[in-house]
Design a protein around this ligand. Sequence first.
Ligand code: PMP
Length: 360
Amino acid sequence: MSERIYNFNPGPAILPVEVLEQASKDILEYQNTGMSLIELSHRSKEFMAVTDTAEALLREIMEIPDNYKVLFLQGGASTQFFMVPMNLLGPGKKATYLNTGTWSKKAIKEAKLFGDIDVAYSSEATTFNRVPTQDEYTVADDSEYLYLTSNNTIYGTQFRDFPVTEKMLISDMSSDILSRKVDVSKFGIIFAGAQKNLGPSGVTVVIIREDLLERTPENVPTMLSYKTHADKGSMFNTPPCFSIYTVGEVLKWLKKQGGVEGIEKINREKAEILYSAMDEGDYYRGHAEKASRSWMNVSFNLPTPELEAKFIAEAAKVGLGGLKGHRSIGGCRASIYNAFPVKGVEKLVAFMREFEQKNP
Ligand code: PMP
Protein backbone atom coordinates (compact mmCIF):
# COMPACT_ATOMS: atom_id res chain seq x y z
CA MET A 1 0.00 0.00 0.00
CA SER A 2 1.26 3.52 -0.74
CA GLU A 3 1.75 5.98 2.10
CA ARG A 4 -1.34 7.93 3.17
CA ILE A 5 -1.26 11.51 1.99
CA TYR A 6 -2.50 14.51 3.94
CA ASN A 7 -5.90 14.75 2.32
CA PHE A 8 -7.31 18.28 2.12
CA ASN A 9 -10.33 17.24 0.03
CA PRO A 10 -13.55 19.14 0.77
CA GLY A 11 -15.82 16.10 0.84
CA PRO A 12 -15.78 13.17 0.62
CA ALA A 13 -12.92 13.91 2.93
CA ILE A 14 -10.30 12.47 5.25
CA LEU A 15 -11.45 9.90 7.81
CA PRO A 16 -9.56 8.64 10.85
CA VAL A 17 -7.30 5.68 9.98
CA GLU A 18 -8.58 3.64 12.90
CA VAL A 19 -12.11 3.96 11.50
CA LEU A 20 -10.94 2.74 8.10
CA GLU A 21 -9.09 -0.17 9.70
CA GLN A 22 -12.12 -1.24 11.70
CA ALA A 23 -14.40 -0.84 8.67
CA SER A 24 -12.14 -2.96 6.51
CA LYS A 25 -12.33 -5.77 9.08
CA ASP A 26 -16.10 -5.46 9.41
CA ILE A 27 -16.53 -5.46 5.65
CA LEU A 28 -15.03 -8.96 5.60
CA GLU A 29 -16.94 -10.29 8.57
CA TYR A 30 -19.10 -8.49 11.09
CA GLN A 31 -18.85 -9.71 14.69
CA ASN A 32 -18.87 -13.48 14.09
CA THR A 33 -22.05 -13.35 12.02
CA GLY A 34 -20.41 -15.25 9.17
CA MET A 35 -21.18 -12.38 6.84
CA SER A 36 -20.04 -8.93 5.92
CA LEU A 37 -21.39 -5.83 7.57
CA ILE A 38 -22.88 -4.86 4.20
CA GLU A 39 -24.57 -8.24 3.84
CA LEU A 40 -26.53 -7.93 7.08
CA SER A 41 -30.28 -7.39 6.89
CA HIS A 42 -31.08 -3.85 7.92
CA ARG A 43 -33.72 -5.35 10.22
CA SER A 44 -31.34 -7.82 11.91
CA LYS A 45 -30.59 -7.28 15.57
CA GLU A 46 -26.93 -6.72 14.67
CA PHE A 47 -27.69 -3.89 12.31
CA MET A 48 -30.35 -2.37 14.54
CA ALA A 49 -27.63 -2.19 17.21
CA VAL A 50 -25.35 -0.40 14.74
CA THR A 51 -27.99 2.29 14.12
CA ASP A 52 -28.87 2.57 17.80
CA THR A 53 -25.21 3.06 18.71
CA ALA A 54 -24.71 5.76 16.07
CA GLU A 55 -27.80 7.61 17.25
CA ALA A 56 -26.96 7.27 20.95
CA LEU A 57 -23.41 8.56 20.39
CA LEU A 58 -24.62 11.51 18.34
CA ARG A 59 -27.15 12.39 21.06
CA GLU A 60 -24.49 12.15 23.75
CA ILE A 61 -21.75 14.05 21.92
CA MET A 62 -24.00 16.85 20.63
CA GLU A 63 -26.11 16.91 23.81
CA ILE A 64 -29.28 16.63 21.75
CA PRO A 65 -32.35 17.29 23.93
CA ASP A 66 -34.93 14.48 24.29
CA ASN A 67 -37.57 16.34 22.30
CA TYR A 68 -35.52 15.97 19.12
CA LYS A 69 -35.46 13.08 16.67
CA VAL A 70 -32.33 11.94 14.87
CA LEU A 71 -32.91 10.70 11.32
CA PHE A 72 -30.55 9.00 8.89
CA LEU A 73 -31.79 9.90 5.41
CA GLN A 74 -30.64 9.65 1.82
CA GLY A 75 -30.52 12.14 -1.04
CA GLY A 76 -27.65 14.22 0.34
CA ALA A 77 -27.84 17.62 1.97
CA SER A 78 -29.26 18.87 -1.35
CA THR A 79 -32.50 16.96 -0.68
CA GLN A 80 -32.86 18.86 2.59
CA PHE A 81 -32.89 22.12 0.62
CA PHE A 82 -36.43 21.20 -0.46
CA MET A 83 -37.50 18.83 2.33
CA VAL A 84 -37.24 21.61 4.91
CA PRO A 85 -39.61 24.07 3.16
CA MET A 86 -41.79 21.26 1.79
CA ASN A 87 -42.49 20.05 5.33
CA LEU A 88 -42.60 23.43 7.10
CA LEU A 89 -44.01 25.94 4.63
CA GLY A 90 -46.95 26.12 2.25
CA PRO A 91 -49.02 28.80 0.56
CA GLY A 92 -48.83 32.10 2.43
CA LYS A 93 -46.11 30.94 4.85
CA LYS A 94 -42.89 32.88 5.10
CA ALA A 95 -39.28 32.03 5.96
CA THR A 96 -36.13 34.14 6.19
CA TYR A 97 -32.89 33.03 4.56
CA LEU A 98 -29.31 34.32 4.77
CA ASN A 99 -27.54 34.01 1.44
CA THR A 100 -23.90 33.32 2.26
CA GLY A 101 -22.79 31.09 -0.59
CA THR A 102 -23.56 28.54 -3.27
CA TRP A 103 -25.29 26.14 -0.87
CA SER A 104 -27.52 28.82 0.65
CA LYS A 105 -28.40 30.03 -2.82
CA LYS A 106 -29.46 26.55 -3.82
CA ALA A 107 -31.53 26.20 -0.65
CA ILE A 108 -33.24 29.54 -1.39
CA LYS A 109 -34.11 28.45 -4.93
CA GLU A 110 -35.80 25.30 -3.62
CA ALA A 111 -37.56 27.08 -0.74
CA LYS A 112 -39.18 29.50 -3.18
CA LEU A 113 -41.13 26.54 -4.56
CA PHE A 114 -42.92 26.16 -1.23
CA GLY A 115 -43.36 29.56 0.38
CA ASP A 116 -42.70 33.25 0.56
CA ILE A 117 -38.95 33.55 0.98
CA ASP A 118 -37.37 36.66 2.41
CA VAL A 119 -33.64 36.85 1.68
CA ALA A 120 -32.63 39.15 4.50
CA TYR A 121 -28.91 39.26 3.72
CA SER A 122 -26.61 38.41 0.84
CA SER A 123 -22.86 38.67 0.43
CA GLU A 124 -23.02 37.64 -3.22
CA ALA A 125 -21.85 41.09 -4.44
CA THR A 126 -18.50 40.50 -2.72
CA THR A 127 -18.19 36.88 -3.85
CA PHE A 128 -19.52 35.58 -0.54
CA ASN A 129 -16.42 36.65 1.37
CA ARG A 130 -18.30 37.15 4.64
CA VAL A 131 -21.22 36.18 6.80
CA PRO A 132 -23.38 38.88 8.38
CA THR A 133 -23.24 40.25 11.88
CA GLN A 134 -26.43 40.35 13.87
CA ASP A 135 -27.22 43.99 12.98
CA GLU A 136 -27.02 43.45 9.22
CA TYR A 137 -30.39 41.78 8.77
CA THR A 138 -33.81 41.56 10.32
CA VAL A 139 -36.05 38.54 10.60
CA ALA A 140 -39.65 39.24 9.62
CA ASP A 141 -42.16 38.77 12.45
CA ASP A 142 -44.24 36.36 10.41
CA SER A 143 -41.31 34.14 9.43
CA GLU A 144 -41.54 30.48 10.36
CA TYR A 145 -37.78 30.15 10.69
CA LEU A 146 -34.38 31.70 9.99
CA TYR A 147 -32.23 29.57 7.69
CA LEU A 148 -28.45 29.71 7.51
CA THR A 149 -25.51 27.69 6.23
CA SER A 150 -23.29 27.58 9.30
CA ASN A 151 -20.11 26.98 7.30
CA ASN A 152 -19.67 27.89 3.66
CA THR A 153 -17.51 25.11 2.31
CA ILE A 154 -16.53 26.81 -0.94
CA TYR A 155 -15.83 30.36 0.26
CA GLY A 156 -14.29 29.42 3.59
CA THR A 157 -16.59 31.47 5.79
CA GLN A 158 -18.34 30.42 8.99
CA PHE A 159 -20.76 31.88 11.48
CA ARG A 160 -18.57 32.11 14.57
CA ASP A 161 -21.71 33.00 16.54
CA PHE A 162 -25.19 31.91 15.64
CA PRO A 163 -27.92 34.49 15.11
CA VAL A 164 -29.80 35.46 18.23
CA THR A 165 -33.51 35.57 17.41
CA GLU A 166 -36.85 34.50 18.81
CA LYS A 167 -37.40 32.44 15.67
CA MET A 168 -36.19 28.91 15.43
CA LEU A 169 -32.99 28.47 13.44
CA ILE A 170 -32.61 25.94 10.68
CA SER A 171 -29.08 25.20 9.65
CA ASP A 172 -27.20 23.32 7.01
CA MET A 173 -24.18 22.17 9.04
CA SER A 174 -22.83 19.85 6.37
CA SER A 175 -19.30 21.13 6.65
CA ASP A 176 -18.97 21.93 10.34
CA ILE A 177 -21.25 19.64 12.32
CA LEU A 178 -19.50 18.34 15.46
CA SER A 179 -16.56 20.70 14.97
CA ARG A 180 -17.60 22.88 17.92
CA LYS A 181 -20.16 23.15 20.67
CA VAL A 182 -23.66 24.05 19.46
CA ASP A 183 -26.80 24.64 21.52
CA VAL A 184 -29.18 22.33 19.66
CA SER A 185 -32.21 23.75 21.46
CA LYS A 186 -31.96 26.94 19.40
CA PHE A 187 -32.60 24.96 16.23
CA GLY A 188 -35.73 23.52 14.67
CA ILE A 189 -33.71 21.44 12.26
CA ILE A 190 -29.99 20.79 11.83
CA PHE A 191 -28.95 18.73 8.84
CA ALA A 192 -25.63 17.58 7.44
CA GLY A 193 -24.44 15.40 4.61
CA ALA A 194 -22.05 12.95 6.24
CA GLN A 195 -19.14 13.19 3.85
CA LYS A 196 -17.11 15.80 5.71
CA ASN A 197 -17.11 15.49 9.50
CA LEU A 198 -19.31 12.44 9.93
CA GLY A 199 -18.27 9.67 7.57
CA PRO A 200 -18.73 8.63 3.96
CA SER A 201 -21.29 10.04 1.55
CA GLY A 202 -24.68 8.34 1.28
CA VAL A 203 -26.31 9.39 4.51
CA THR A 204 -27.61 12.75 5.70
CA VAL A 205 -28.10 13.28 9.40
CA VAL A 206 -31.22 15.28 10.29
CA ILE A 207 -31.87 16.46 13.83
CA ILE A 208 -35.43 17.71 14.09
CA ARG A 209 -37.53 19.07 16.95
CA GLU A 210 -40.44 16.67 17.50
CA ASP A 211 -43.30 19.15 17.29
CA LEU A 212 -42.28 20.02 13.72
CA LEU A 213 -43.18 16.51 12.60
CA GLU A 214 -46.83 17.48 12.83
CA ARG A 215 -46.56 20.39 10.41
CA THR A 216 -46.15 18.48 7.15
CA PRO A 217 -48.87 19.31 4.60
CA GLU A 218 -50.97 16.33 3.49
CA ASN A 219 -49.84 16.39 -0.13
CA VAL A 220 -46.20 15.68 0.72
CA PRO A 221 -45.08 12.30 -0.66
CA THR A 222 -44.51 9.63 1.99
CA MET A 223 -40.75 9.37 1.45
CA LEU A 224 -40.30 13.14 1.72
CA SER A 225 -42.14 13.57 5.00
CA TYR A 226 -39.92 13.72 8.08
CA LYS A 227 -42.65 12.02 10.09
CA THR A 228 -42.45 8.89 7.95
CA HIS A 229 -38.81 8.41 8.87
CA ALA A 230 -39.20 9.52 12.47
CA ASP A 231 -42.05 7.05 13.06
CA LYS A 232 -40.01 4.17 11.64
CA GLY A 233 -36.66 4.98 13.26
CA SER A 234 -35.11 5.72 9.84
CA MET A 235 -36.12 2.21 8.70
CA PHE A 236 -39.14 3.03 6.56
CA ASN A 237 -37.15 1.75 3.63
CA THR A 238 -33.68 0.24 3.34
CA PRO A 239 -31.29 2.77 4.89
CA PRO A 240 -27.70 3.43 3.71
CA CYS A 241 -26.30 0.73 6.00
CA PHE A 242 -22.59 1.12 5.40
CA SER A 243 -22.71 4.91 5.73
CA ILE A 244 -24.64 4.74 9.01
CA TYR A 245 -22.20 2.16 10.36
CA THR A 246 -19.23 4.39 9.49
CA VAL A 247 -20.85 7.42 11.10
CA GLY A 248 -21.08 5.33 14.28
CA GLU A 249 -17.38 4.44 14.08
CA VAL A 250 -16.44 8.10 13.48
CA LEU A 251 -18.46 9.05 16.54
CA LYS A 252 -16.65 6.45 18.65
CA TRP A 253 -13.39 8.02 17.47
CA LEU A 254 -14.66 11.52 18.18
CA LYS A 255 -15.62 10.54 21.71
CA LYS A 256 -12.03 9.42 22.28
CA GLN A 257 -10.83 12.86 21.13
CA GLY A 258 -12.82 14.41 23.98
CA GLY A 259 -16.03 14.93 22.04
CA VAL A 260 -16.84 18.34 20.61
CA GLU A 261 -15.00 20.13 23.37
CA GLY A 262 -11.81 18.23 22.63
CA ILE A 263 -12.06 18.55 18.87
CA GLU A 264 -12.99 22.23 19.04
CA LYS A 265 -9.63 22.94 20.72
CA ILE A 266 -7.77 21.02 18.05
CA ASN A 267 -9.75 22.71 15.27
CA ARG A 268 -8.94 26.12 16.71
CA GLU A 269 -5.28 25.24 16.87
CA LYS A 270 -5.21 24.06 13.24
CA ALA A 271 -7.00 27.18 12.02
CA GLU A 272 -4.67 29.46 14.00
CA ILE A 273 -1.55 27.80 12.62
CA LEU A 274 -2.76 28.16 9.04
CA TYR A 275 -4.27 31.65 9.21
CA SER A 276 -1.36 33.13 11.12
CA ALA A 277 1.04 31.77 8.48
CA MET A 278 -1.11 33.40 5.79
CA ASP A 279 -1.15 36.67 7.71
CA GLU A 280 2.67 36.86 7.78
CA GLY A 281 2.65 38.55 4.38
CA ASP A 282 0.38 39.14 1.41
CA TYR A 283 1.51 36.24 -0.77
CA TYR A 284 -1.32 34.00 0.46
CA ARG A 285 -4.52 36.03 0.50
CA GLY A 286 -7.50 34.54 2.30
CA HIS A 287 -10.84 34.79 0.50
CA ALA A 288 -12.80 35.37 3.70
CA GLU A 289 -12.87 38.56 5.72
CA LYS A 290 -11.05 37.94 8.99
CA ALA A 291 -14.15 38.00 11.19
CA SER A 292 -15.86 35.40 9.00
CA ARG A 293 -12.99 32.93 8.69
CA SER A 294 -13.89 29.26 8.70
CA TRP A 295 -12.07 26.74 10.86
CA MET A 296 -12.98 24.00 8.44
CA ASN A 297 -12.26 25.31 4.94
CA VAL A 298 -9.48 27.80 4.27
CA SER A 299 -9.85 29.30 0.79
CA PHE A 300 -6.97 31.41 -0.47
CA ASN A 301 -5.22 32.83 -3.51
CA LEU A 302 -1.60 33.22 -4.55
CA PRO A 303 -0.38 36.23 -6.60
CA THR A 304 -1.28 34.61 -9.97
CA PRO A 305 -3.33 31.66 -11.27
CA GLU A 306 -0.09 30.21 -12.69
CA LEU A 307 1.51 30.20 -9.25
CA GLU A 308 -1.64 28.61 -7.83
CA ALA A 309 -1.46 25.76 -10.36
CA LYS A 310 2.22 25.24 -9.57
CA PHE A 311 1.54 25.36 -5.82
CA ILE A 312 -1.17 22.70 -6.06
CA ALA A 313 0.94 20.45 -8.29
CA GLU A 314 4.08 20.70 -6.15
CA ALA A 315 2.16 20.24 -2.93
CA ALA A 316 0.67 17.02 -4.30
CA LYS A 317 4.19 15.72 -5.00
CA VAL A 318 5.10 16.01 -1.31
CA GLY A 319 1.94 14.33 -0.07
CA LEU A 320 -0.33 17.36 0.39
CA GLY A 321 -3.36 16.49 -1.71
CA GLY A 322 -6.72 18.04 -2.57
CA LEU A 323 -5.69 21.71 -2.33
CA LYS A 324 -7.43 22.91 -5.49
CA GLY A 325 -10.14 25.49 -4.84
CA HIS A 326 -13.74 24.96 -5.96
CA ARG A 327 -14.23 25.56 -9.67
CA SER A 328 -16.56 28.50 -8.98
CA ILE A 329 -13.86 30.66 -7.37
CA GLY A 330 -10.60 28.95 -8.32
CA GLY A 331 -7.51 29.43 -6.18
CA CYS A 332 -6.67 27.03 -3.38
CA ARG A 333 -8.59 25.56 -0.50
CA ALA A 334 -7.39 23.55 2.47
CA SER A 335 -10.23 21.64 4.11
CA ILE A 336 -9.18 20.76 7.63
CA TYR A 337 -12.10 18.83 9.05
CA ASN A 338 -12.16 17.06 12.42
CA ALA A 339 -10.16 14.06 11.20
CA PHE A 340 -7.41 16.20 9.68
CA PRO A 341 -4.31 16.08 11.92
CA VAL A 342 -2.41 19.11 13.28
CA LYS A 343 0.79 17.63 11.80
CA GLY A 344 -0.68 17.91 8.29
CA VAL A 345 -1.38 21.61 8.81
CA GLU A 346 2.18 22.13 10.08
CA LYS A 347 3.50 20.38 7.00
CA LEU A 348 1.35 22.58 4.75
CA VAL A 349 2.58 25.76 6.44
CA ALA A 350 6.23 24.69 6.06
CA PHE A 351 5.56 23.95 2.39
CA MET A 352 3.87 27.36 1.93
CA ARG A 353 6.88 29.21 3.35
CA GLU A 354 9.28 27.27 1.17
CA PHE A 355 7.16 27.76 -1.95
CA GLU A 356 6.97 31.51 -1.40
CA GLN A 357 10.76 31.75 -1.04
CA LYS A 358 11.37 29.79 -4.23
CA ASN A 359 8.69 31.60 -6.21
CA PRO A 360 8.79 35.23 -5.06
N1 PMP B 1 -24.29 22.08 1.96
C1 PMP B 1 -22.98 22.30 2.14
C2 PMP B 1 -22.55 23.31 3.16
C3 PMP B 1 -22.06 21.58 1.38
O1 PMP B 1 -20.75 21.79 1.55
C4 PMP B 1 -22.52 20.63 0.43
C5 PMP B 1 -21.59 19.78 -0.40
N2 PMP B 1 -20.32 20.09 -0.46
C6 PMP B 1 -23.89 20.47 0.27
C7 PMP B 1 -24.75 21.20 1.06
C8 PMP B 1 -24.45 19.50 -0.73
O2 PMP B 1 -24.34 18.24 -0.19
P1 PMP B 1 -24.75 16.91 -0.95
O3 PMP B 1 -23.72 16.71 -2.00
O4 PMP B 1 -24.71 15.89 0.15
O5 PMP B 1 -26.11 17.10 -1.51
